[in-house]
Design a protein around this ligand. Structure first.
Ligand SMILES: NC(=O)c1ccc[n+]([C@@H]2O[C@H](COP(=O)([O-])OP(=O)(O)OC[C@H]3O[C@@H](n4cnc5c(N)ncnc54)[C@H](O)[C@@H]3O)[C@@H](O)[C@H]2O)c1
Length: 250
């Protein structure tokens, strides 16, 4: 399938996990890529993998919680390729801790990386997406659909990403710009494996975090991104798609 031939895709979080898997999947489907992450070494590895698929690939080291850095990255993408068709906001951080232990600095960082960045990049990309009748894919989480114990700051950002996506889907529907959120459950990536569980949590309260099925591979989330970002999903906008092994179904 070459669903992304002549399409330019901007992806955050491309140095690892779901972002890297998405970059490689879209490269295999013909996309030209602008890849962005704070981790330059991981970005270079992803770039190599995408170029091996024959994709034009540019990388930008960028802290997405910084508006000016986001603006420079979008500007560089459009200058290089002359267009932008798909924005994938995938980068994110997570923290598992007692609510009363969250410091102001940790709260602000969570909001900056997981939520403000999505606002910045959607706003910066929108004029370009209107020109191409493009679309936005925001990586939310099952934690954006239901509450989860010890994940309050993360849940707050992901729920906000879901509703930001739905609002933009309605507001930009007349411009034919689609906006969707994806809501994975447990995915086998460094983010999930590095989560530190405090010793004194009530495991009973955490049971809802674990899906009925075994965790997903990043490539399985990338497959959903590829479908939603393609013209095959022309009539899907304003969706928040659970990909969570029925974690949030009950
Ligand atoms: N892994 C899961 O179980 C899971 C479940 C639901 C949702 N998600 C979401 O999927 C997305 C990708 O997560 P992942 O599991 O692939 O994690 P990951 O840790 O493998 O990748 C996250 C990437 O984001 C980058 N990043 C972090 N802070 C950044 C910043 N300030 N500026 C630029 N880049 C930054 C990291 O360097 C990393 O490359 C996140 O938004 C996460 O919340 C993950």
């Amino acid at each position: 399938m070459q669903r992304f031939s002549n399409k330019v895709v901007f992806i955050t979080g491309a140095a690892s996990g779901i972002g890297r898997a998405t970059a490689i999947r879209l490269a295999s489907e013909g996309a030209s890529l602008s890849l962005c992450d704070i981790d330059d070494k991981g970005l270079a590895t992803t770039q190599k993998a995408c170029e091996e698929q024959g994709a034009k690939t540019t990388i930008y080291q960028c802290d997405i919680s910084n508006y000016d850095e986001c603006a420079k990255a979008i500007e560089a993408c459009v200058t290089q390729y002359g267009q932008l068709d798909v924005l994938c906001n995938i980068a994110g951080i997570a923290q598992l801790q007692h609510f009363t232990d969250i410091t102001l600095a940790e709260w602000n960082k969570m909001l900056g990386v997981n939520l403000s960045s999505v606002f910045y990049l959607c706003q910066l990309a929108m004029p370009h997406l209107i020109k191409t009748k493009g679309n936005i894919l925001n990586m939310a989480s099952s934690a954006g659909l239901v509450g989860q114990a010890y994940m309050s700051s993360y849940c707050a950002t992901k729920a906000a990403v879901v509703n930001l996506s739905k609002s933009l889907a309605i507001e930009y529907s007349r411009h034919s710009v689609r906006v969707n959120a994806l809501c994975p459950g447990n995915v086998k990536t460094p983010l999930a494996s590095k989560l530190n569980i405090p010793a004194d949590v009530d495991k009973h309260l955490m049971r809802l975090m674990f899906p009925l099925l075994e965790g997903a591979q990043a490539s399985e989330i990338a497959a959903a991104v590829a479908y939603l970002g393609s013209d095959e999903a022309r009539f899907i906008t304003g969706a928040a798609l659970p990909i969570d092994g029925a974690q949030t179904a009950g």
